[in-house]
Design a binder for this molecule. Structure first.
Ligand code: SF4
Length: 286
């Protein structure tokens, strides 16, 4: 049985950077056991647990149990929270907001200043979307996640379109086309899907169409992993989403020649390697 792992599987640049910044800060003795992240640093429970063992603990809000150092995770935080954090002079802030998320925040700030109504394509409950859209004018934004949601677009306004960095490229293209068709004023489009996402989606699509079984590794609460699973599932019905190697099922590989493995941006290499090893161990093809 041939087992192929997509080259881009696992941590993206932004996540790698945030985790390394957390590890560096935790190593410094004066921060030991006192470094908090606002929300889990990434959507992967195994990584969060391993960071807790090194003294990095997530908290839900800054008013509740924050110690003397706070790391802003790659998703960023809402503008008003950032202001509150900045005003607390005793708090050491380590800003690990991904530069691509920062770019989207800056685009929206400028669009809002120029009077645009901002439409963000993404999941309104996702922390990245909440952080990015908070830079829009409070009365002039909309988060949409389906073609049906286009009914809510105020078509007479000047519109600025931005997407969640992990959005499906083709879905965003479709929304852009449809907005251009219905808009009665200026439409500005910001390209905010990050390369890491596009490359991973493309490589995963190609692999899914060339294997008999596809395995997607990543947290169940990870938006980009779920998106990857849906993309692969459309091509290969035998796509399985797992968090750890313990979920790999030998029944998936009966009469199978090729297995593909991909992983979300918040999945560390060590989990991918364990999954690969488990699949290799289940190979009975000789
Ligand atoms: S997926 Fe892209 S935007 Fe999001 S953290 Fe990773 S590199 Fe940054």
């Amino acid at each position: 049985m041939e087992i192929i792992v997509v080259p881009s599987a696992g941590f993206c640049f932004g996540v790698k950077r945030a985790v390394n910044m957390a590890l560096d800060a935790a190593k410094k003795s004066n921060l030991q056991e006192k470094l908090n992240t606002l929300g889990p640093i990434i959507h992967n429970p195994q990584v969060v647990k391993s960071l807790e063992e090194k003294g990095v603990y997530p908290i839900e809000n800054i008013d509740n149990g924050c110690h003397n150092a706070l790391l802003i995770r790659s998703h960023g935080v809402k503008a008003e929270i950032m202001e509150k954090i900045a005003s607390n002079k005793r708090l050491k802030v380590i800003d690990a907001t991904c530069p691509f998320v920062k770019k989207a925040q800056n685009y929206i700030s400028k669009a809002a200043l120029n009077g645009y109504f901002v439409i963000m394509v993404g999941d309104e409950n996702h922390p990245e979307v909440q952080s990015v859209i908070s830079f829009a004018d409070k009365n002039k934004f909309l988060v949409i996640n389906s073609i049906d949601d286009l009914k809510r677009v105020p078509i007479s306004e000047k519109l600025a379109l931005v997407s969640q960095t992990t959005q499906d490229v083709n879905f965003y293209k479709r929304i852009i086309e449809d907005v251009h068709k219905i808009a009665k004023s200026d439409v500005t489009v910001f390209d905010t899907i990050c390369d890491a996402t596009m490359i991973k989606q493309e490589e995963s699509k190609i692999l899914a169409s060339n294997v008999d079984v596809m395995i997607v590794v990543g947290g169940y609460n990870s938006a980009n992993t779920n998106k990857l699973k849906n993309i692969c599932m459309e091509i290969q019905k035998k796509t399985y989403h797992i968090e750890t190697e313990d979920e790999v099922n030998p029944e998936w590989f009966v009469n199978v020649n090729r297995v593909g493995i991909t992983a979300g941006a918040s999945t560390p290499d060590w989990i991918i390697e364990r999954v690969l090893k488990r699949v290799q161990d289940m190979d009975t093809s000789g």
